[in-house]
Write a protein that binds this ligand. Structure first.
Ligand code: NAI
Length: 344
């Protein structure tokens, strides 16, 4: 970070545009950030299948170095081949940078929900192990094995991250989600680790819920959830379910946090079905960038973007097709920037 003549901070940030709709939604977010007047010097780097020709790798060392150096990145989604092909770049990136906490706020602040009660939860998904450890084997022809790795260390630190978040923001309740009735050793260790952390936060109520019941409760009574802490696989599935309660993947942001480095990206993937059509919803990435602004201490700019989004959604005139609207990505961004300028 350096200072300009007017003493305004310039933030140096790594940008990984990704593929599919990634370049469309990250470019939209950059325009919105620029409209707030926050100064950002973007270092644009590659990752994914497109990086192989140039660097010989889907996750070049140059990309990792850039994030390690700048400590903050905004990232678009990256496609992962199904079945064969390379291991998910997203999983590799999170492991390489030890981004252990995937934080996904899900709320009805934009007014899109089928529920009567307001929804306001923050999902803490463990990001480095579980069935995503990538330890899969063909044991014999016709028999495959995938190892679910759960450690006390990873379970403890995701629990600490969730309780710290709850305490700092005066949230009252943390739910741990598990299936320890069946996976007594692995989910049992996760639960034991969370319980030990919970004991250090007497002001935060602690509850446990089995994952299948959690899925049903979240659909029927989502208002009962506040902070939710889960392993990697349950966190992935439950956060998409939760996204569906408030307008879908087009509007839910996320952050991957380590002790030293933070990578902000929306929950959604590269959406190959709509890529290149100019209709991707950029709101999830704009909100991820807003989380990034708060991480950088730029709270005023973040407040302005959020207030402008509330106004935009109240009008319902400039929404993209995923929310039943007719606007293109660019039309939504232009309308949002006009509101940001008014809120100046
Ligand atoms: P997806 O999230 O890309 O798409 C699911 C559905 O939601 C599609 O119908 C899509 O059109 C819609 N959608 C997603 N984002 C949208 C947006 N911003 N605006 C409007 N509609 C949107 O999930 P899918 O199809 O399972 O995955 C596609 C690829 O993305 C896969 O290769 C997957 O591995 C990858 N992926 C990457 C992630 C990342 O980079 N963090 C996260 C999730 C998936």
């Amino acid at each position: 970070m350096s200072k300009s003549k007017s003493e305004k901070k310039i933030h140096r940030i790594t940008l990984i545009p990704g593929d599919g709709i990634g370049p469309e939604v990250t470019s939209a977010a950059r325009k919105v950030l620029a409209a707030t007047g926050v100064l950002i010097d973007w270092e644009i780097v590659d990752a994914g299948a497109g990086a192989v020709d140039k660097y010989g790798s889907v996750l070049p060392e140059e990309t990792l170095e850039s994030v390690r150096k700048n400590k903050v990145a905004l990232k678009g989604p990256i496609t992962t081949p199904i079945g064969g092909g390379f291991q998910s770049v997203n999983v590799q990136l999170r492991k390489a940078l030890d981004l252990y906490a995937n934080v996904r706020p899900v709320n009805s602040a934009l007014g899109i929900t089928f529920q009567h009660s307001p929804i306001d939860m923050v999902i803490f998904r463990e990001n480095t192990e579980d069935l995503y450890a990538g330890m899969e084997y063909e044991v014999a022809p016709g028999v495959a094995q995938s190892l679910k790795i759960i450690t006390e260390k990873a379970s403890t630190r995701i629990a600490k991250a969730a309780f710290e978040w709850a305490q700092k923001r005066e949230r009252k309740l943390v739910h741990a989600v598990h299936k320890a009735n069946i996976m007594k050793k692995s989910d049992g260790l996760f639960l034991d680790s969370v319980r030990k952390v919970a004991a250090n936060y007497p002001d935060v109520t602690y509850k446990e819920i089995i994952v299948d019941n959690c899925a049903m409760q979240m659909v029927m009574h989502p208002e009962q959830f506040d902070v939710v802490v889960l392993g990697n696989l349950y966190g992935d599935i439950i956060s998409d379910l939760a996204a569906g309660l408030v307008g879908g993947l087009g509007v839910v942001p996320g952050a991957n946090l380590g002790d030293d480095v933070a990578v902000f990206e929306s929950v959604h993937g590269s959406a190959p079905d709509i890529s290149g059509k100019g209709i991707a919803d950029p709101v999830a990435t704009i909100l991820s960038a807003t989380m990034m602004l708060r991480h950088l201490g730029e709270h005023k700019a973040a407040d302005r973007i959020q207030a402008a989004l509330v106004l935009l959604f109240a009008e319902r005139k400039h929404l993209t097709p995923d929310l039943g609207g007719k606007a293109t990505t660019d039309e939504l961004v232009d309308a949002l920037i006009a509101k940001i300028k008014i809120l100046r």
